[in-house]
Structures are given as structure tokens and as C-alpha cells.
Write a protein that binds this ligand. Sequence first.
Ligand code: F6R
Length: 607
Amino acid sequence: MCGIVGYTGKDDAKRIIVDGLKRLEYRGYDSAGIALLVDGKLVVLKKKGKIRELESEVTCLDLVSHTGIGHTRWATHGHPTEENAHPHTDCRGEIAVVHNGVIENYMTLKEELLRKGHRFKSDTDTEVVAHLIEEERNVCSDFFEAFLRAVRKLKGSYALAVITTESPDKVFIARKDSPLVVGLGDGENFVASDIPAFLPYTNRVIFLEDFEAGIVESDCVTVTDFNGERKEKKPVTVPWSLAQAEKAGYKHFMLKEIFEQPRAIADTISGNLPWLRGESEIEGLELDGIKRIQIVACGTSYHAGLVGKFYFENLTRIPTEVDYASEYRYRNPVVDENTLVVSITQSGETADTLAAMRLAKEKGARLLTICNVIGSTATREADAVLYTYAGPEISVASTKAFTTQLTVLLMLSIFLAKVTGRDEGTEDLLSQLLQIPSKVEEFLRLEKESERVKKIALDLYRVKNMLYLGRHVNYPIALEGALKLKEISYIHAEGYPAGEMKHGPIALIDETVPVVVVATKGRVYEKVLSNLEEVKSRKGKVVAVTNEGCREVKEKSEFVIEVPEVEEFISPIVNVIPLQLFAYYIADFLGYDVDQPRNLAKSVTVE
Ligand code: F6R
């Protein structure tokens, strides 16, 4: 969603902030702006549309500034216009504010401020913050105190970065329910909603927590609670490199991230092997008396959860439910201290997932999160954390985060199987998992040479509807394939368990609706084959994801994508990769902005 960048230090603030905003473009936005402190005055520039519009004007500015803030806005309150773009200022043009989140009580605050004579220039909820600080500044002697007084009056969610002409070398920050990170440099410090914004300069960070505020100066960072009480914060080094956050010659981040999967899966396996091999512990994980598992997640992470259910139930026999996090808290779930709630979230900031975790905690459950972002809210709130080592995922459409989530889920279920004394066959499964990075590598290398998936996409990219079918452990892969296609190509696609087709969706099938079928070897292979026959007899065109020896599938399919044959349980990790590529090429052939699909944001921090 929206992005925040702030800077104070020895360098050129305008260049660093615009550069940071460009690194946050992937979050999705419709306008952008910057505020700089120049010779004790505020200079504010805002533009509707893409950052390059803002960049070309900022570059022409003949000024020197060492402190500033910038923002990419995704319109919520008020249209995407220049007036509504951030930063917003107070009446005197001395305070500038950028904000992510929603100020829920902004109408009440605005009415009060209007009565006191404040003049508003935008329709946003954010502008009230600038006027509120201005108002509080009239009644207290210190700017930070005024800032805290204003923050205490806000209801809703916010990550705030504020600058003022009266302290030209400081950035004031506060956070509640929306991420904010401080990057620690040498004689310079950074503020951002996401780490990639300042990754070229530093990977040492301080994560601000809810109800924390602070003052960022070039050589020090002070963090307090909302009452101004000092808090000690430990910097964390995030193992992400700049190269991971750049396209490295690929046309899109999504394509790069698809091709990064062998490395990401290998890193995830090696990062998690120590606890699986008993060389370390999963800190905070208490398993005694666990009677059930509940998985909560959204979108692609939810699909990983559906595969996780197969893993947990088959390997451990612990009853497992999977919930959309956005539904969980409204269904009055049966959850208690004997429940292990596993949340899966790439970003660790998804509002619905966090809300589900909080409800589970309230009811006494034990919380484990599977997450990709070190220090994110989910990792701080859970009792125990297992990381995916996918590196920064920039493309909105999740790819390497998904396959690494599956990897951790399989490792966790092997671990639980061992703990519950059901470890027969698990060593073999693990040794097969260790082969997966090279199998995925092999598939991607062959795809580069043959462009098989790309050619099929070229044949089919003009279709209007598609159906994705899978069974058993590959049913969630059908859902994930359909989601990938929908979100980046805007083609209507549905994922279905292949056996359910005859109960309704079969009515959709004719020669205009291609049907993608995951038909790799395994216990339901024969069943899928007969589902494929049903498609054929309705003149449906079949795109089959299958293995080398599957002659029957090949004979019945118009298009065949061969994937390496692997153990059935592990097959989702391999089988999803051609579906990611298929969606990517279709969207690219259609000319869409693959990395920033319309209406979507990388981390959904509002309910
Ligand atoms: C789809 C996608 C989304 C996310 C969902 C949850 O490609 O990226 O469906 O999976 O918004 O996000 P996280 O995993 O960050 O909680």
C-alpha cells in the first residue's frame, strides 16, 4: 500500500528519498510527494501518477537539503490528486507529515480543528495530523511533546514521519498497527515503511513497535513510548542484500523471483535444518498437550496452509484446520491452550493475519508464525517463529515466498512427526526434500532453453476464462495457479478439486475454456486422468502439468508441461512453478505491469 521514506544526514536528502520511493514502487501507489527542509524552510513537491513525474521536478530543484520525508500514496480518503498526495502541512507551512494507515477519528478531529480556525487543503485523514501537532505546539514548549500529544489523540492505524522547520535536522516518527523501520547509517539515518527503501545504504535496523515514537537524527535515534518514556532498542542486522532487491537484468521482479527459487528453497532448508536435526530448539515453541493445529493466513499464504494441512494430518495425525485469517475471528473459533495456531505470512504485517493471531492468543492458544521478514509484527507477537529465507519479495504476486513456506511446513510436520513418535519414513522424505532445489533448478534451466511454458502462454493469452484442476495435495496448487493468473493478467480463473468438477463447474467447459490440470504421479493420478477425460469429452483444451512417464496424460492433452518427478508430498513445491511462469508470461504478453497489478498491494496492512 502506501510507502514512507525519511532521511537525515550528510548526503543529498532529495536524491536518497526519491531513490527510496522508487524502491517502494512495488507496493502500488497513485501519487507521490516529498518535503525537504531547506535553509529553515519547508519545500514540498507532490505529483499525481508515477514517481518519475516527481523525480524529474525534484532533480531540477536547485537546493541543498539534508533532511526530508517522502511518500507514495494509495488513495483511501480522497481521490488520487496532487492536493491529496502526501506530505501534508499545517496552516503555516512549518510542519510536514507523511502517513500510512487510516486515522479513524479524523472527522471529529477535523471539525474541532476547523472550529479553532485551521484551514484544510485536502480531503485526507492525514492532514488532521499536521494541524493537530500545530495546535498542540501552541500549548507545550517542545515539538516532540506536541507531537506525542497529537499522536495520543489519534485513533486507527498509523506509521508517521514528520519534519518541522523548528528542528531542521530531525525526523519525528510514531507507529501503531502500520510498519515503520529505522535504518542506521554512518552519520546518516533513514526511516521507511519497508527495508528495501534504504537497503543500498544499510541493513542495520531498528523496528519500531506499536505505541512507540521517536526522534531520528543523523547521529542518534531516540525511541520512547507515547508518554515520552525512553525505551532501549536493539539494532538488528537483516540478512538481505541490495542485489536481492534489484532486477538484475530480468524484465520483472516476478520473473527474477521465480528463477530465484532454487536458492531460496535451499537457503530455507539449511536455515531450518538445525532444529529439525535436534541441534537447536525452536525457541518459544511449547508442544506439550497440543491436540489440534489451526492455520491462519491470507491469499497465497493461505494456499500454503492448505498444503500444510495435508502435511500435518498425514505425518502427525494431529487434526488441523485452515482458516482465511479474515474469517477466523468472525466464526467464533474453538481454540484453547491445547491449540497450536500457525500463522503464515510473507510480510508479517497483514492486518487480518495479525488480528487472527491476537484473537488466538487472547483465547490461550500457542502461536507459531512462518514468516519471511525478520522483525515484522507477526514475528514479534508470536511465541515462536520459523523463517523462510526467501530474501525480499518485491513483486506483488508471491512466488518464492510460497515455495519456501511449503518447505518450512514440510519440515515442521516432519519435526512434529518425530516429536509424536510417528517418524517412520520421515528421514526418506527429508532426504528427498534436500534434492528439491536441484530439481527446481533443472526445470527452470530446461524452461530457459525450450521456452515451453512461454510458448503455451503465447498460444493462450487471449482467452477470457480458465479452469485449474488438481487433487489431494495438488488441489491447493490449482487454487494458487488460478490466483496467480487472476491477479496479474486479470483473466478470470477458478481453481477446483478435479473430482468436484462434475458437481457444477463442468458446465463451464467448452472449446474456449482451457483447463490447466496438475496430473503428476501419485496416489490420485488415475483419478485425475479420468477427470481429464471428462474435460476432453466437453471439448476443453487441456494444459497438463505432468511427469515424463505419464503417457496417458500426454495423449489427452493439447499442451504438456513436464516437471521432474518427485515424491508426491513434495510435488506441490515443484508443480506450482510452471503455473507461476504461465501466469507471468500471459500477463506480460497482455502488456500488463506484472510487478504492480492493478488494485493490489504487496502488504495489506488494513482490514
Ligand atoms: C498473492 C499474494 C497475496 C498474499 C496475501 C497475504 O500473490 O501475494 O495473496 O499472499 O496478501 O500476504 P502475507 O503472506 O504477507 O500475509
